[in-house]
Design a protein around this ligand. Structure first.
Ligand SMILES: [Zn+2]
Length: 136
């Protein structure tokens, strides 16, 4: 099982992205048809608290990588479940939902790459460099 402790050992952006990358067929269960349950969960006080803790731990950095600060003026911090959650996880309140070792901060773009990009390059991507948020 992938997890945060393994992720943070990786030194570069690309290594972390490769580690986290999913294939869209894996996450169909996550977002198909069950938005109501997802939203209910993401609105909960429990989630908001965990979300805050993850942002603090990761210093608001993309994939928790130092120097890759997510500029919240132009971007959104998203909390990604490293092992995706399913409808059943939400119904059964699986520990996976709020396990800090299953959560990491990512920016919106990176989140799309993790979930939807494939190796055929169907997703456009601007590579990030250390401290490049200053340019935006
Ligand atoms: Zn995600």
């Amino acid at each position: 099982m992938k997890n945060y402790n393994e992720l943070i050992v990786l030194k570069t952006f690309d290594e972390r992205l490769d580690y986290l990358r999913l294939f869209s067929n894996v996450c169909e269960n996550t977002f198909g048809g069950n938005r109501y349950f997802n939203q209910k969960f993401y609105m909960s006080e429990e989630w908001k608290k965990i979300r805050r803790n993850v942002i603090i731990r990761d210093n608001g950095c993309d994939m928790a990588l130092e120097g890759y600060d997510i500029n919240t003026k132009h971007d959104r911090i998203m909390i990604h479940h490293i092992v995706p959650i399913t409808y059943d996880d939400i119904i059964n309140h699986s520990p996976k939902l709020i396990d800090m070792n299953n959560l990491v901060c990512v920016r919106y773009n990176t989140h799309n790459l993790i979930h939807y990009s494939r190796d055929n390059g169907s997703f456009e991507y601007t590579p990030r460099f250390k401290n490049d948020t200053k340019l935006w």
